[in-house]
Design a protein around this ligand. Structure first.
Ligand SMILES: [Zn+2]
Length: 623
């Protein structure tokens, strides 16, 4: 048996139009004291708890029912199968970095259940089994059949890349063969009300080399805009994807679709799709993204709003921030541009991380930027998309830290780790990266090539670092070329070479574009990659709703190891303007309201709602 070589999450290794090649999660071990404990909790607490949820909710039993081994009714929603597939993906990536015989046994048992539920013609969806066989493929708009197969394929690809085992891949290939026959490219238009299959098909093509799956992905994209989904704008069927200019409709669906489009462009270089992606990204980043990287402002339909429609209590589904990362990561692999790297970093720290409690067992579905204390995390949801989506992203996170090119190695995320990478000529290079981030802007990188080797080590300068960047190589200050948000260090690297980098982490007081009416005359606080908020628990004696900033605050960064799992809090004297008992509406006074100086403490937004309920605000009114 040949040794299995683990693969990356999005495998552009052989993609003709990719600028960057990813690395396998297996090749990177996260070691810092911010992310490593979170990944450990994901392995030890979240993944087992989610298996238990899939058991309790009947999502696993649905597969036994479809196989005919148990009776009774179908349990849950018509897309419950996807909960199980996302769990398989999370478990697979987890096994890739942290082998566990117990988890392997559990995973193999789940895969056996899934395989047993597949029909002889390849069809696999437990909702449309037993008593609903006659309804298959009768409602592409609502019923998520292709979406579920997309998660099956994604799980199968993760499983084979992580473990080398093809048991689930065979099931996935049979399922998409069935779809390719039913919705044959060039003959029968087919697309799902909930995208997701497109990116999975491209990944299946990358894994198997079978061009049918790339062709089917392209066909699914071009089936949109033909009325296959009733021409719905909400489902992005209002216009061919090639001519689209605005991100619209359900946020997760839209961004999964565009991530699949980016995957096709990475393989084919299709210029029309590429230009559409550039326009859509500009619309997304220019007026439809929360300061946290959350997207999908409207509660009505979990949808994008109009440009600059970014209310305080935006919906910001956790899955939409994950979809934002999926799209940005693919655009980064395609272009190498810093804006996409920055988007991944922001959404990871501020859009996804708040979705998870500090205990690893409770989840947010929506991530508003202000709350009265009523919005709390839950252990699970009847629509359980977000919890296993967080689990699979965290389990695969080591695969997002680096990329490589023929010229060398690019650091993408400053997360402490030990990596075993290879240069294009096969030379092994070990990297040990230690960092104080997200709290301190210090990065120390030890470079250990197996033999002296000339290559470029490329380090990102995040947008938040500003101009304050210092670099030393073996203790000597250097002034490397700084282009496109990156520093390029090209030299002959020798074992033991050491790079030290200091990034500016000044507290930033940020305001929004003047057309964002909802947060006009308000400011948010950020430091390093983190967005901050005020939570009532930290403001004894002052109501959060009464706090005003002047913008002239002198913020102190306080190490608080005892607070919220260990954070840097920001403290300053700000102004309190107590509520009066005057009328709700009143003449504009023309001058700032009088107030008193009060001490205030801001905490990272990801950590809110882990204590007693209380008011929370990201955007704070200006005095
Ligand atoms: Zn979700």
């Amino acid at each position: 048996m040949s040794e299995h070589r683990p693969g990356p999450v999005v495998d552009t290794t052989a993609s003709r139009h990719a600028r960057l090649r990813p690395v396998a999660p297996r090749d990177v071990r996260i070691t810092d004291d911010f992310w490593a404990p979170r990944l450990r909790r994901n392995r030890e607490v979240t993944i087992p708890a989610q298996h238990a949820q899939c058991t309790q909710t009947g999502a696993l039993r649905n597969f036994q029912r479809a196989a005919g081994s148990v009776g009774g009714d179908f349990s849950g929603r018509y897309y419950s199968d996807s909960d199980v597939y996302k769990w398989i993906e999370a478990a697979s990536w987890s096994l890739s970095t942290d082998p566990s015989p117990e988890l392997t046994d559990r995973l193999d048992a789940v895969i056996k259940l899934v395989a047993g539920a597949q029909d002889t013609d390849g069809y696999l969806n437990t909702y449309f089994s037993v008593d609903r066989v006659g309804q298959r493929w009768t409602d592409l708009v609502v019923r998520h059949e292709m979406y579920c197969v997309g998660h099956l394929v994604a799980a199968a690809v993760a499983h084979v890349r992580a473990t080398g085992d093809t048991a689930l891949l065979d099931v996935a290939v049979r399922a998409v063969t069935h779809i390719a026959q039913r919705f044959a490219p060039g003959e029968v238009p087919g697309a799902c009300g909930h995208p997701g299959l497109e990116m999975a098909l491209v990944e299946l093509y990358r894994t198997t080399g079978d061009e049918r799956w790339l062709t089917l992905a392209g066909w699914q994209l071009d089936s949109r805009g033909t009325g296959v989904l009733d021409g719905s704008e909400y489902l992005v069927d209002h216009e061919p994807v090639r001519s689209q200019t605005r991100v619209t409709g359900h946020a997760v669906r839209a961004l999964y679709l565009y991530a699949g489009m980016a995957d096709v462009v990475l393989e084919t270089g299709d210029p029309q799709l590429r230009h559409a992606l550039d326009r859509l990204w500009a619309d997304l980043a220019g007026g439809k993204t929360a300061i946290t990287g959350g997207v999908g402002a409207r509660w009505d339909g979990e949808a994008f709003g109009d440009a600059y429609e970014l209310p305080d209590r935006s919906y910001n589904e956790t899955c939409a921030a994950i979809a934002h990362i999926f799209l940005a990561w693919r655009m980064l692999l395609l272009t190498g541009e810093a804006q996409y790297r920055d988007a991944v970093e922001t959404a990871l720290h501020n859009g996804v991380l708040p979705g998870l409690s500090l205990t690893g067992t409770e989840f947010f579905y929506q991530n508003p930027l202000a709350d009265s204390g009523r919005h709390r995390r839950a252990e699970w949801f009847s629509c359980a998309c977000c919890p296993p989506n967080i689990a699979r992203l965290l389990a695969s996170l080591p695969g997002y830290l680096y990329t490589t090119t023929d010229e060398g190695i690019q650091v993408q995320l400053y997360i402490g780790n030990r990596a075993e990478l290879r240069l294009a000529d096969g030379t092994p290079v070990r990297l040990d990266l230690a960092t104080g981030l997200p709290w301190r802007g210090t990065v120390a990188l030890s470079v250990q090539p197996a033999a002296p080797a000339e290559f470029t080590l490329s380090l990102p300068v995040p947008g938040w670092a500003g101009a304050q960047v210092e670099v030393r190589v073996n203790g000597e200050p250097v002034r490397p070329e700084r282009t496109e948000g990156r520093l390029a260090l090209r030299r002959t690297w020798r074992p033991g070479d050491r790079v030290e980098l200091t990034l500016g982490t000044a507290v930033r007081t940020l305001v929004t574009h003047p057309r964002v009416a909802a947060t006009h005359h308000r400011a948010a606080l950020a430091r390093g990659p983190l967005v901050y908020c005020l939570e009532q628990a930290d403001q004894p004696g002052t109501a959060v709703a009464d706090i005003r900033l002047t913008g002239a605050e002198s913020w102190t960064v306080e190490d608080r190891p005892e607070l919220l799992g260990g954070v840097c809090a920001l403290t300053a004297d700000a102004r309190a303007v107590p509520a009066d008992d005057g009328p709700l509406y009143r003449p504009y006074p023309g001058v700032p309201a009088a107030g008193a100086d009060v001490p205030v403490t801001a905490i990272p937004y990801y950590a809110w709602a882990n204590r007693q309920p209380g008011e929370m605000r990201v955007f704070i009114p200006l005095a």
